[in-house]
Design a protein around this ligand. Structure first.
Ligand SMILES: Nc1ncnc2c1ncn2[C@@H]1O[C@H](COP(=O)(O)OP(=O)(O)O)[C@@H](O)[C@H]1O
Ligand SMILES: [Mg+2]
Length: 237
């Protein structure tokens, strides 16, 4: 069976400056796949291209066999893609509840929105306690939970998480990764980008290592964790 997401030899960049130069990857249904690599390697650019915020100049992106290379981000959300960008991007002056509701903008049925809110509050009880507070009053970890929950409100098939661990204390990083595993167990396929390479590979099935816009290593998470090259370059060992 074809992969849920197939990225085939894409090239893209900003204002004519190439950033991604012939990148291919696949994500199968039910997997957690990690994209790792140094700062500036093109991880976020790859995520933006997949979700439709940026269109590749060459190559193809297929979601369940359908070519979405030219499809805008809003349409891709309806097709089941959800992207949690780096830096959380919550609306600071809106309440937790309002931030979550915005994640369900594709849904018109009030009942469905309320059901999803309840699911999110069950998954993240802290958000329930804080539902009427503005997002800016949340701690870093709570903001990250809120961003993840907002991304889940569209009931995605594939959730893309960009540097979830950024700026969080180590104890919270662990919590956030546990949450990713929980989400995956609910049947949502996960593509994540991380600089916390060891932690990401510990929860992932497979990984891709990016360097200047290309995949330089790929394999099972175990293979990458055991690779001397990967350990030296990305885990400081
Ligand atoms: N909006 C942008 N405009 C121009 N160049 C950008 C933009 N975003 C990223 N870049 C450049 O693209 C390259 C890859 O960036 P990015 O995809 O953010 O890397 P990563 O997420 O791996 O740190 C970097 O050289 C960066 O400077
Ligand atoms: Mg990035």
């Amino acid at each position: 069976m074809a992969a849920m997401l197939e990225v085939k030899d894409i090239h893209c960049g900003y204002d004519g400056t190439p950033v991604i130069r012939g990148l291919s990857l696949e994500v199968n249904r039910g997997e957690i796949v990690a994209i790792i690599g140094a700062n500036g390697a093109g991880k976020s650019t790859t995520m933006r291209a997949i979700c439709g915020l940026l269109h590749p100049e060459r190559g193809q992106i297929l979601l369940e066999g359908e070519d979405i290379s030219r499809s805008p981000a809003s349409a891709n959300i309806r097709k089941g893609l959800s992207y949690i960008p780096e830096g959380r991007r919550l609306f600071p002056k809106l309440t937790v509840r309002e931030n979550l509701e915005l994640g369900a903008f594709t849904v018109v049925d009030r009942k469905v929105i309320d059901e999803r809110l309840e699911e999110m509050f069950a998954l993240f009880p802290r958000l329930k306690d804080r539902s009427t507070q503005t997002a800016e009053t949340l701690s870093g970890g709570e903001q990250q939970m809120c961003a993840i929950a907002r991304g889940l409100m569209s009931a995605p098939k594939l959730i893309m998480l960009d540097e979830l661990s950024l700026g969080l204390m180590p104890s919270l990083v662990e919590k956030v990764f546990e949450t990713v595993v929980l989400i995956n167990r609910k049947g949502i396929t996960v593509l994540l980008v991380e600089q916390m390479v060891q932690e990401a590979l510990e929860i992932a099935n497979r990984g891709y290592v990016l360097q200047t816009g290309r995949v330089v290593h790929s394999g099972s998470a175990r293979e990458l964790l055991d690779s001397d090259e990967v350990r030296k370059a990305y885990m400081g060992m």
